[in-house]
Design a binder for this molecule. Structure first.
Ligand code: GRF
Length: 181
C-alpha cells in the first residue's frame, strides 16, 4: 500500500524478481489512495496489478472489501500516508506491517528524517513494525541503525536512510513469511 514515490515498493519488487524474496512470495497488487502516486507507474512497470480508491465517501469500507478479496498473507505499507481504521487492523491481525524512518519509540508520525536532522542525531533507527490501531505504535519487528555522522544535509540523511530501508524491509518481509509457512 502506497501513497507516493514508491521507492520501497521498487526495492521489494526487485527482490521478488531476483533478490532475497525470489520464490518467497508474489506481490498480488499495489494499492494507492492517490491516483497520481508515482509508485503506481513503477508497479505497472513490474507488471503488478494496481488498485486506487481516491474518493473519500465510504473509503475504508471499499478498502476493507478489496483487501479481503485479495486474501493476503501480508499487507505491506510502504509510504501509505493514511491511518488504517480499527476495523481494517482487526480484520488482519499480525498481517499488516509498516516501515518507519525513525525509532518508533522516539518519534511517531511524519518527517522522521527531518526530526533526526534537527536533533543532530549521530544515528537513527529504521523501524519495521506491525500496524495496530495507534500511530506507529505497533509491536516492533526489527530495527536497523543508520549512521548519520558527517551528514551535511537533510537530503544526505534521507539518502543514507532510504538505502537502509530498501534492504532492511525485504529482509524483514522474508523473515515474517518464513514464520507464516
Ligand atoms: C519512507 O521513508 C518510509 O519509511 C516512510 O515513507 C517513505 C516512503 O518512501 N513510511 P517511498 O514511497 O517508499 O519512496
Amino acid at each position: 500500500m502506497i501513497s507516493g514515490r514508491g521507492s520501497n515498493l521498487v526495492a521489494i519488487a526487485e527482490n521478488v524478481n531476483n533478490g532475497i524474496l525470489q520464490g518467497e512470495c508474489i506481490i498480488q497488487a499495489v494499492f494507492s489512495n492517490k491516483r497520481n502516486a508515482a509508485g503506481l507507474q513503477k508497479a505497472e512497470q513490474f507488471g503488478i496489478p494496481t488498485h486506487v480508491i481516491s474518493k473519500t465517501g465510504n473509503y475504508n469500507f471499499h478498502l476493507l472489501d478489496w483487501l479481503r478479496s485479495k486474501n493476503p498473507d501480508l499487507i505491506i505499507l510502504a509510504g501509505y500516508m493514511k491511518i488504517l481504521p480499527a476495523e481494517i487492523v482487526r480484520a488482519f491481525p499480525q498481517k499488516i506491517i509498516n516501515i518507519h524512518p525513525a525509532d518508533t519509540k522516539e518519534h511517531q508520525g511524519l518527517n522522521g528524517y527531518k526530526w533526526a536532522w534537527e536533533k543532530k542525531l549521530a544515528e537513527t533507527k529504521i523501524t519495521v513494525h506491525f500496524v495496530d490501531e495507534g500511530l506507529d505504535s505497533g509491536k516492533i519487528i526489527g530495527q536497523r541503525v543508520v549512521d548519520l555522522r558527517g551528514a551535511e544535509s537533510l537530503a544526505e540523511i534521507e539518502k543514507r536512510g532510504l538505502q537502509v530501508e530498501h534492504e532492511f524491509y525485504s529482509e524483514c518481509i522474508k523473515m515474517i513469511l518464513e514464520r507464516i509457512d
